[in-house]
Design a protein around this ligand. Structure first.
Ligand code: PXL
Length: 259
């Protein structure tokens, strides 16, 4: 029997023991999209579906050892970053991407949890702009993250376009701002440096955990599968919307996407 050539995606993200977000949901997303998943935890959290109770950093040399050991042996076709947390981790990731000439980096610039807990150290926001964003093929901030990165107050589509252009100036190739946190329709906007494209869905009411993780992991999976950015945007949006529509509860807090 012929062996199918396997496409591989790597997630470098925080651990969410509840599995609704973090590298755990990234791996399930990769699998659901037919891509083999690698995972390097960047930070650990103690959390359940009600929220994050504490964050535990990994020693820098161990974080580096995880990447060195893995990348010495396996070459991902695409990779994504989630909760990176420290400035040092951001710098290490950028260095490893250069060292191994990795392509197709998706940066989900995680800043704050859905329940308001900071998921990045204060000084690391600058490192995200200096190291991670310039290495990215796509970044996928939500409205709050795009506001924190640009200092803008984003209220409508025209503000989203302005913010996307500013974010592009950090050296990113494409920007997708997800608008699920805005009032009214759930509109996501892609800017590839030349053109804007928006996709709209009916807004699904309720509190969901991990939507940004799933969306960015789905984009990374699509890039691993050689889709272009527009196709990846359409497929990832559809995948995430379906998973939100059929979300369920595994605990007493937020709903988990059905993947
Ligand atoms: O949903 C953002 C997110 C990503 N990654 C980890 C998280 C969270 C939110 O709590 O804990 C590890």
């Amino acid at each position: 029997m012929k062996i199918n050539p396997m496409k591989i995606a790597l997630t470098i993200a925080g651990s969410d023991p509840s599995g609704g977000a973090g590298f755990q949901v990234d791996l399930r997303t990769f699998k659901a999209m037919g891509v083999y998943g690698l995972s390097v935890p960047s930070v650990l959290t103690a959390q359940n579906t009600r929220g994050v109770n504490s964050v535990h950093e990994l020693p820098e040399d161990f974080f580096t050892a995880q990447l060195d050991t893995l990348l010495d042996d396996v070459r991902p076709d695409a990779l994504k970053t989630g909760m990176v947390y420290t400035a040092q981790n951001m710098k290490i990731i950028a260095e490893k991407i250069k060292e191994h000439s990795l392509d197709n980096l998706v940066v989900d610039p995680i800043i704050i949890s859905s329940t308001g807990v900071p998921l990045i150290k204060e000084e690391a926001l600058k490192a995200m702009k200096d190291y991670l964003l310039p290495a990215a093929k796509v970044i996928t901030p939500n409205i709050n993250e795009a506001s924190a990165l640009t200092g803008m107050d984003i209220q409508d589509k025209s503000d989203m376009k302005d913010a996307a252009m500013r974010l592009k100036d950090y050296g990113v190739q494409s920007v997708i701002i997800t608008g699920g946190h805005m009032k009214g329709k759930a509109m996501d906007l892609l800017f590839d440096g030349a053109e804007f494209m928006s996709l709209e869905n009916k807004k699904l009411e309720g509190k969901y955990h991990g939507t940004g993780c799933v969306f960015s992991a789905a984009i990374a999976a699509c890039l691993a599968l050689d889709y272009g950015i527009i196709e990846a945007f359409i497929k990832a949006k559809e995948f995430t919307f379906d998973a939100i529509k059929s979300a369920g509860s595994v605990g007493s807090g937020m709903k988990i996407l059905n993947i």
